[in-house]
Design a protein around this ligand. Sequence first.
Ligand SMILES: Cc1ncc(COP(=O)(O)O)c(C=O)c1O
Length: 484
Amino acid sequence: MGHLRSKGLDHLNLTGEGRVEEPAGLELLLDVPPHGRRRRAVEESLRSAVRTGRLLPGTRLPSSRDLALHLGLSRGTVAAAYEQLVAEGWLTARSGSGTRVAADVDTPASARRHRPTPPPAAHDLRPGRPDSHAFPRAAWSRAMRRALREAPADTFEAGDPRGRTELRLTLAAYLGRVRGVRTDPSHLIVCSGFTQAVGLLTEVFAQLGVGTVGMEDPAVGDHVSIVASRLDVADLPVDADGVSHTALAASGAQAVVCTPAHQFPLGMSMSPARRADLLAWADERVGWIVEDDYDGEFRYDRHPIGALQARRPSRVVYAGSTSKSLGPGVRLGWIACPPHLLDPLTEAKRRARGTSPLEQLALARMIEAGDYDRHLRTVRRAYRRRRDLLAEAVRSRLPGARLLGVQAGLQTILELPAGSPDETTVTQALRAASIELHPLGAYLRSAPARRRTSLVVGYGAPSASRYAEAVEALVNCLRRLRPS
Ligand SMILES: Cc1ncc(COP(=O)(O)O)c(C=O)c1O
């Protein structure tokens, strides 16, 4: 099969100035041999493209003039092929909207599309999702417009793998101001979120001979899977003070991934004593601590807890992202990197690529203009109100149940009364009531003996207008499941 553009020049009109006349409209890849019954060949080639689903129902085709020019055929030949296919029902032709693949042809793709997918649940209470309706569109659009207007030409080149200098300068100051992070802009690597950071670090740890990485249990399954794809993972239990230091010491791990400011999903912050133990472990074993600061800006009842990284920038890799502050669709994150890891991590990021420089500039503009702080203040207030509403509903209507880890973040653990049905039964009942929510067991890799049925309730995702209704639906459903 040859792409139309790669055909010889003999079929194209050369203008007086020696310019090649290019078809102006849509392009289409068709397999039409240079000789023989070419109208038939156009027909068969189009029929086969529709039948196999390569051309989807509704797809607009080039005008007969353009396609003829592409293929080096007369316009009449292509027009006749189109007419034949319209008559057979493969195509439709309407003045104004041109020639299109008929909307009702059966193709493998349309069969796939028509397979019924379950409707989304009415109430999304999955953890860690911010309210996408609260995305700061006006501020982001101002920042994007300004970024585009002022972007130097090298924005559109491959550029420094660590990311735009403008954003690294701004972030170094922002993270120092808000999270106490101690870093130099040259040691910051902009990436596409924490998940990418875990992938890059896994690669670098493997290069450096790290064999085992300790990971909190519970944790985000994707992060554990990414590390486990190249390295051994030691499951580290979490207690009220945070990740177990004794389990870490016994595991032989040379690196640990943890969430000191706000354990995910349990919600406690790491105690000062545990922080000191962890740093002592890193000093003694020359180990790496990866600090996942995924929602450090969302603390409600007291001052934010500063980053662990500030205590040992040489051994702590600090990573954060805009996934909670703006939304997981934005795909912007950062790594404050110990000097020893800078070169291999920069090289890993160069190979991975993939963080839009224009959006990096926009985030820098948004932070500099004060719009990022303003947005965070607004949503923090809104999330605190949501947390309070949930807490009041549980207190007043679910006797025996309790909420854990309510001081921060976008989720909390709802521990149901003793004697409640198990987590599978409860989540099934919730799904039947059109409530989507994860049980705590979904994040645990080992099963601690005797624990209450617990749900991880995310209170960020429903829109402001639907949130109270979601809490009401949750409480009503759980009341029906109460132990008698
Ligand atoms: C514990 C934890 N860390 C990090 C992230 C953010 O990951 P990313 O920045 O790749 O969206 C999340 C988001 O779901 C999370 O729950």
